[in-house]
Ligand binder design. Structure first.
Ligand code: C2E
Ligand code: CA
Ligand code: CA
Ligand code: CA
Length: 277
């Protein structure tokens, strides 16, 4: 009987059950993290290539544990699946707007803040109202807030055009994140009112050596400008990439070449560096 019991236990304890248990633990830890305010935002500089100027920051979430920092790729999907993304997303939006209001008050040139919005957050019926309230509450000029949504987010939603229209009416701008990696990129551009495309890092990575990648980047920049959209390249790691992107007319760049996402402490120092220029 003892052996049988053991075997049963083993059966129950197979890979699936482990996965379920791990998932439930992560959910639980995420809930506690939200409760204990264990999230923080790091800010990655956005650099105008034509003016060689700092024009803003993208806010990127991190989860601070006593012994390590956890990156969003390992918890955003879980937060989406268990619905916690609504609370986390609202916290991100409010914190980023508060931060940008400080730049608005203290920095001589306008700096925008770009905030990632997940699909479920964008699809929530009260999303636009929340954005409006947070802008009112923080006093940030709406044109200094840019929301980044992916192609698939816009794709899966029937009335994304209506939501984008309402966000436009608030005065915030919209960027399509990871442009070129989703389905029907062109169909989206045909129908949706947006302000900016962000060329996905995968297209930037092998420039300027790889001829095909250069052609793709050039085509996306031309496409964006023909549609009166601005364009940002992400994942710029070398001066060669930056030179190439500047040459083909890409407006803004972001990547380790300029700076990694900066924690709060490094942010003030970074801004002081630019202030004199
Ligand atoms: P993303 O929006 O495409 O963000 C760019 C990612 O590339 C960031 O990773 C950034 O740290 C990284 N990166 C920036 N420059 C370079 C570079 O030169 N080289 C390389 N190899 N990587 C670079 P991170 O911060 O780990 O974020 C991963 C993804 O998680 C983001 O991709 C975004 O989709 C999501 N995410 C981040 N913060 C939030 C958030 O507040 N809310 C939501 N819903 N999603 C978020
Ligand atoms: Ca982004
Ligand atoms: Ca991106
Ligand atoms: Ca990406």
């Amino acid at each position: 009987a003892k052996i049988q019991g053991k075997r049963r236990f083993c059966l129950f304890n197979d890979g699936m059950a482990d996965k379920v248990r791990l998932r439930m633990q992560t959910e639980q830890r995420l809930r506690q993290a939200m409760h204990r305010q264990a999230f923080e935002l790091h800010y990655q500089p956005l650099i105008s290539l034509s003016e060689a100027q700092l024009v803003g920051f993208e806010a990127l979430i991190r989860w601070r544990e006593p012994d390590r920092l956890i990156f969003p790729d390992s918890f955003i999907t879980i937060a989406e699946e268990c619905g916690l993304i609504h609370d986390i997303g609202e916290w991100v939006l409010r914190s980023a707007c508060k931060q940008a209001k400080q730049w608005q008050d203290g920095y001589p040139r306008p700096l925008r803040v770009a905030v990632n919005v997940s699909a479920r957050q964008f699809a929530a019926p009260d999303f636009v109202r929340k954005v409006g309230l947070i802008l009112l509450e923080t006093g940030l000029y709406p044109h200094l807030l840019e929301l980044e949504v992916t192609e698939s987010t816009l794709q899966i939603m029937e009335d994304s055009q209506r939501v984008l229209g309402e966000l436009k009416a608030l005065g915030v701008s919209i960027a399509i994140d990871d442009f070129g990696t989703g389905y029907s990129s062109m169909a989206l551009l045909k129908h949706l009112t947006i302000d900016r495309l962000k060329i996905d890092r995968s297209f930037v990575k092998d420039t300027p050596e790889a001829v095909r990648d250069c052609a793709i980047c050039r085509a996306i920049v031309t496409l964006a400008h023909s549609l009166m959209l601005s364009i940002t390249a992400e994942g710029v790691e070398t001066t060669e990439q930056a030179d190439f992107l500047a040459k083909i007319g890409c407006d803004t760049a972001q990547g380790y070449l300029f700076a990694k996402p900066l924690p709060q402490e490094a942010l003030a120092e970074y801004l002081t560096l630019w202030q004199g220029r």
